[in-house]
Design a protein around this ligand. Structure first.
Ligand SMILES: Cc1cc2nc3c(=O)[nH]c(=O)nc-3n(C[C@H](O)[C@H](O)[C@H](O)COP(=O)(O)OP(=O)(O)OC[C@H]3O[C@@H](n4cnc5c(N)ncnc54)[C@H](O)[C@@H]3O)c2cc1C
Length: 415
């Protein structure tokens, strides 16, 4: 793989850009791989990458039914933070956030990580108490957050109206090294690095069945034929229940559409990410100037990857009180993605009842921020055959044993 650098750009400029190679190869599938990962979203690609980088396993195929990064990874609002309440959550999200810090250098691909700071507004007394508790927990976990008062909120984000008639801003949980990254670049960067290690990324290839013998996975059936493997990683977000059924087990997951929208581009007016969970809306400004606005999840299970008009109205109505200036903006685009929700709003990274088959799902409305940490933990589990410390608490058995990792405050509506 040719390295991207200022020197390479200058050299190619002199050659009229004829020397660039494709970022990743598109090989035909082989008959067999050591490891197959289903789903070329961020989590699947990161799993493959860390299998190669941390464990030297490169006989890997990542199989994707559409195009890589075309699932939730390319549809999310890109908020990165690690201010979760429970220790196991804070550990994996902070691992991911820390890996994001130099992911561009690591992958030699600009993922545009922008640690501009994330603010979760407290607009009721209940939220003030909740976020104070999270700030204390984060201090013990080594996650840098702080509860700030309304004046500091106004200073950090002047376009906020802190004296709203229904929900005045009472403070905020502030994470100064939270931020955003370019979503599809994360998928592209990992894909390029995987391809450079000799892994196969097979797009437009749907997995339609899971083959097993004597309680152990032996391969998958796909629209491009049967492919054998020693171990299988299922990393398909909203379609996890479908793949689990193929593998012969059930998951405590519900799939719903989550929606977002962007405005027309405007001059820079906001250089932090703000989440207003009481009214439920959150907003940041993209590098192009668009206001990126996250909305709610549908109230019923579905697999429709599109937005709906009532969500735009509800989300924008909720935000206008806190950000009056957006009432004069035109909205440009809306979309939806299928998110995989668990009852405790925490992910599942786990072996499954089928030997050699592992699952990574349940990231729900907030898994983009976790991609590097999740891939790291999933790769460790697949390489060693058992969960490592980062994901030990996120096993499937917690639902049977009642050991929930309750993140409904951090992740129930937030992203
Ligand atoms: C509107 C919206 C806003 C969000 N905002 C944020 C945010 O601000 N911050 C944050 O941290 N998270 C956010 N999220 C959540 C985040 O996007 C997801 O948790 C994360 O992207 C999941 O990544 P993934 O790799 O698991 O899934 P995906 O990116 O969905 O990848 C799964 C892949 O599996 C493929 N697949 C499915 N079935 C098959 C099959 N049978 N065969 C082969 N391939 C298959 C799909 O085509 C897909 O490409 C948001 C989500 C949405 C929808």
């Amino acid at each position: 793989m040719k390295r991207y650098s200022a020197f390479a750009i200058a050299r190619e400029a002199l050659r009229h850009h004829t020397g660039w190679e494709r970022a990743w190869a598109s090989p035909a599938p082989r008959k067999r791989y050591k490891v197959i990962i289903v789903g070329a979203g961020g989590h699947g690609l990161a799993t493959a990458y860390y299998l190669g980088k941390n464990h030297g396993i490169t006989d890997v195929a990542v199989i994707e039914k559409g195009w890589l990064g075309g699932g939730n990874t390319g549809r999310n609002t890109t908020i990165i933070r690690s201010n979760y309440l429970q220790d196991s959550s804070a550990a994996i999200y902070e691992k991911a956030r820390a890996l994001y810090e130099d992911l561009s250098q690591e992958l030699n691909y600009n993922v545009m990580f922008s640690p501009r700071g994330v603010m979760m507004l407290a607009q009721t007394e209940h939220e003030v108490r909740g976020y104070l508790r999270t700030a204390h927990a984060n201090a013990l976990q080594g996650v840098e957050t702080e509860f700030v008062g309304p004046d500091r909120v106004k200073e950090l984000c002047p376009i906020i109206n802190i004296d709203g008639p229904r929900y005045p801003v009472l403070g905020a949980l502030w994470q100064p090294r939270g931020g955003t990254a370019r979503h599809d670049a994360v998928a592209w960067g990992y894909a390029r690095a995987c391809s450079a290690m000799g892994m196969h990324i097979i797009q437009q290839c749907e997995v339609t069945g899971v083959r097993s013998e004597g309680g152990r996975v032996t391969g998958v059936e796909t629209t491009k034929g049967e492919i054998g493997c020693d171990s299988l990683g299922i990393v398909v977000a909203g379609h996890s229940g479908v793949l689990a059924e193929m593998a012969g087990f059930r998951l405590p997951i519900e799939s719903v559409a989550l929606q977002a929208l962007v405005s027309e581009p405007i001059k820079p007016c906001m250089d932090v990410v703000v989440m207003a969970n009481t009214v439920h809306g959150y907003m940041s400004q993209s590098d192009k100037g668009e206001m990126v606005i996250g909305g709610g999840a549908d109230g019923y299970n579905n697999y429709t990857q599109r937005g709906s008009f009532h969500h735009i109205e509800e989300t924008v109505r909720a935000l206008v009180e806190t950000f009056p200036m957006i009432s004069r903006l035109k909205m440009l685009r809306q979309w939806g993605g299928i998110v995989d929700m668990t009852g405790d709003r925490s992910p599942i990274i786990s072996p499954t009842p089928l030997g050699g088959c592992y699952i990574n799902c349940g990231w729900g409305t907030g898994g983009f921020k976790a991609i590097p940490g999740s891939g790291w933990a999933m790769a460790e589990m697949m390489a060693k055959g058992a969960p490592g410390p980062l994901c030990a608490e996120f096993g499937l058995e917690r639902f049977r044993e009642g050991r929930f990792i309750d993140e409904s405050v951090a992740a129930g509506v937030a992203h």
